[in-house]
Design a protein around this ligand. Structure first.
Ligand code: DGJ
Length: 730
């Protein structure tokens, strides 16, 4: 059993793979955090509580006058606001008395088999025998708030999942001002904060800087997880590298406004708190009602940042992604967006499909512009009816012709949006999400639909289902091209309007759940102006996500490298596009464009009819390579080898099959230099086995390849790259 409780010491211990996590019931029945780190044997953990009773400026709880115990310096599991701990809090509840001082006391706990689920929200799942749940009940005697702290452990994973469920067991409503998913305290602060920031077309860039005595927040207020930050941060030891040292990864399974806050206090202790962004958030909980936070996943790695990422990859691939496509090799698709933009008709699509079929591509995806009167981005969002001027006779005949060529067919939607110039808007202007009395801000000529309203979700379910039933559609790209503004739903009473952001996300999840259940065979791909909503929660509904609107292979090295810190390669949708690249104007080798895209869910995003005969031969080769390597990429262990954030001349990564009999190495030269020497030290191989490399045919031991490396010294041109396949021969 991975979860234990010691009656004598009132200590909880969770053993999660190679990690242990411990806390106890301390003074005043407060939950005191004791330990998170490498696996420890059962034994005495007393004395680890960090509580100094420093001065009169760190108060004692009522009834503990003169004691050494102060919440202000204690390591806590779920710190509450305004009652003696001046650091970041996890919970703030405003009661009838108007005060947000909150007080939590341990009442009971339960250990059960299986992994808890969260109502209406994505969470990691596992079979009954493969997981355990610890449910600790805390209560606030004044407001009657009951807080269930949920902890999950899944066999074989160095990870703890956490969430909180709050129930109003009192007799009056109260207001939740902040409810984090988890807090994590350390009696030290010698960490670097690692996180991923970005913007449109430049998502998930790597940042690493030492913690200092301050509060730092990685957050989104956009109503969406956003291009600007993904809901992830790690605390890494000062000397932690890709391969060595400790790293604590924190990831939030949520698609809305979030905050990951860190604070280092005057006593050199560090605290991290992650959850729904408390800014612009409140939730009124009536007696008897419950509120669930999203789930947080805490990963411990003693094998550097690479080890942390591999735990996230496996956990999210196996225990978060769902459905028919979760483990399947994804089809090679061609998407017409960069090929035609809005300027297409049936003839044009069929010409692309015909070439695609000849080249071995497996699916045609029809992107934006097939519905309403949409010939540019100025109209028709919401009118999910085929534009018969473009597609004469509708969808069915087109899909049948594409299927007859041997290709599957996929389609684009942007369900959560409405154009002011649309039939939907003319009938339902009230469906726009906007605070009463305000005019809605406009972005890309569109407004956001009020997803908190059931009638809006029903309309979307019916119209999207209608399209999906009307033809043999195998894939849906779910786009979202702007963020929320004036986000206060008129459908809610004024005192509840700060619930809008979270209710929007719950509405989105409900619609996605209905559609993915109704169409279990359809492959859903998430998208938000590229990777603006690339988060774990979306992976629960769509096992792959369009990573960025920047399809330049060289820029993609950084974007995909950053994305791999949390998200598995199988989820990273990557396409070969035309040159000069539409976003950067750069001209990159066709083979490099293929090699970089091969690291994810592979496809094309160009007009195949315009390729030269030589390029078409290269497409055929890439298709064959994908068939040979996709199982390795999608199911293998991913190792980052050279960071494009640290080396402007080189970038490299590799995938190793679970049995270590095969590997695929990608080496890219974004920018060359004279006298280019490069010994590429590999990782993850079996040191005692011998591998033949596809580049030279030489057979070398795993040990040699990992310690001396592959000698790739030669003259490289800007943007050149190579894929090297390694096969164990002994
Ligand atoms: C943004 C997406 O990221 C693109 O791939 C494309 O689908 C456009 N939207 C269409 O409007």
């Amino acid at each position: 059993m991975p979860i234990y409780y010691n009656e004598q010491t009132k200590t909880f211990r969770l053993d999660a793979g190679k990690a242990s996590y411990a806390f106890c019931v301390g003074p005043c029945d407060t939950l005191i955090h004791l330990y998170f780190g490498p696996r420890i044997p059962d034994g005495d953990l007393s004395g680890l509580e960090f509580s100094l009773g420093l001065s009169s400026f760190s108060p004692n709880p009522p009834g503990m006058a003169g004691s050494r115990f102060t919440l202000d310096a204690a390591l806590q599991e779920y710190p509450a606001n305004g009652a003696g701990d001046y650091r970041l809090s996890a919970l703030a509840i405003r009661g009838e008395n108007g005060s947000s001082a909150t007080c939590l006391r341990y009442r009971s706990h339960e250990i059960r088999d299986g992994k808890y689920a969260l109502e209406g929200m994505p969470a990691v799942y596992a079979g009954e025998a493969a997981a355990q749940t610890l449910d600790v009940l805390l209560e606030d005697p004044l407001t009657g708030a009951e807080v269930h702290l949920l902890y999950g452990v899944i066999e074989g994973f160095d990870a703890i999942t956490r969430a909180a469920v709050i129930r109003n067991a009192g007799s009056a409503p109260f207001v939740i001002e902040k409810a984090a998913s988890a807090a994590l305290d350390f009696p030290r602060m010698d960490f670097d904060l690692v996180h991923l920031y970005g913007q449109w077309a430049q998502e998930r860039q790597l940042s690493r800087a030492p913690l200092t005595h301050d509060i730092r927040t990685i957050a989104s207020k956009r109503g969406s997880s956003s291009h600007n930050h993904t809901p992830f941060a790690a605390l890494a030891g000062k000397y932690t590298s890709e391969t060595h040292g400790e790293a604590y990864g924190m990831s939030l399974i949520y698609s809305g406004s979030f905050a990951i806050e860190t604070e280092c206090d005057a006593y050199d202790a560090a605290r991290a708190v992650l959850g729904i962004n408390p800014i612009d958030f409140e939730w009124i909980l009536a007696p008897g009602e419950r509120f669930s936070t999203p789930e947080a996943v805490l990963v411990y790695s003693g094998e550097g940042l690479g080890g942390m990422s591999r735990t996230f990859h496996k956990l999210y691939r196996r225990h978060l992604c769902r459905g028919e496509w979760k483990e399947k090799i994804r089809p090679i698709l061609v998407n017409n967006w960069e090929a035609t933009y809005f300027n297409f008709n049936e003839e044009k699509l069929l010409a692309i499909a015909k070439d695609a079929a000849e080249l071995g591509i497996e699916m045609l995806v029809m992107d934006d512009g097939w519905f309403g009167k949409r010939n540019d981005d100025k109209s028709s969002l919401g009118d999910w009816f085929v534009n018969e001027e473009k597609l004469k006779g509708g969808l069915k005949p087109l899909v049948e012709k594409v299927n007859a060529l041997g290709l599957q067919f996929g389609i684009w939607f942007e369900p959560e949006m409405i154009s002011p110039d649309s039939d939907l808007f003319r009938v339902h202007p009230d469906w726009v999400l906007c605070a009463p009395g305000r005019k809605p801000s406009i972005a890309r000529n569109q407004y956001v639909l009020d997803m908190t309203r059931k009638e809006v979700r029903d309309y979307l379910f019916d119209t999207i289902s209608g399209v999906l039933h009307s033809a043999n559609i195998a894939y849906v790209k779910w786009d979202f091209n702007r963020n929320l503004t004036e986000a206060a739903s008129p459908a809610l009473p004024p005192e509840r309007r700060k619930e809008t952001g979270h209710r929007y996300v719950l509405g989105l999840y409900e619609l996605l759940e209905r559609l993915t259940s109704a169409f279990p065979r359809v492959l859903f791909e998430g998208c938000s102006g590229g990777g603006g909503r690339f988060d774990p929660a979306m992976l629960y509904y769509s096992p792959q996500i369009w990573t960025s609107d920047d399809s330049d292979a060289i820029e993609r090295c950084r974007i995909q490298y950053g994305t791999s810190f949390v998200y598995p390669p199988s989820s990273i949708s990557a396409h070969v596009s035309a040159v000069p690249n539409h976003q950067t104007g750069r001209v990159t080798d066709f083979s490099t464009r293929g090699n970089v895209a091969m690291a994810g869910a592979f496809g094309y995003e160009l007009d195949l009819t315009k390729l030269t005969a030589e390029e078409k031969e290269l497409v055929k080769q890439q298709v064959a390579q994908y068939h040979a390597y996709a199982p390795l990429v999608q199911d293998g262990d991913f190792y980052r080898l050279i960071s494009p954030f640290e080396d402007e001349n080189r970038c490299a990564w590799m995938s190793v099959s679970p049995d270590r009999s095969e590997a695929l190495v990608t080496f890219v030269v974004p920018k060359t230099k004279v006298n280019f020497t490069s010994y590429l030290r590999l990782a993850g191989l079996d040191p005692d086995r011998f591998y033949e490399d596809s580049l030279t045919g030489a057979v070398r031991s795993g040990s040699l390849l990992m310690n001396a490396g592959l000698n790739l010294s030669r003259t490289w041109r800007d943007g050149e790259s190579v894929l090297i396949h390694l096969k164990a021969v002994q």
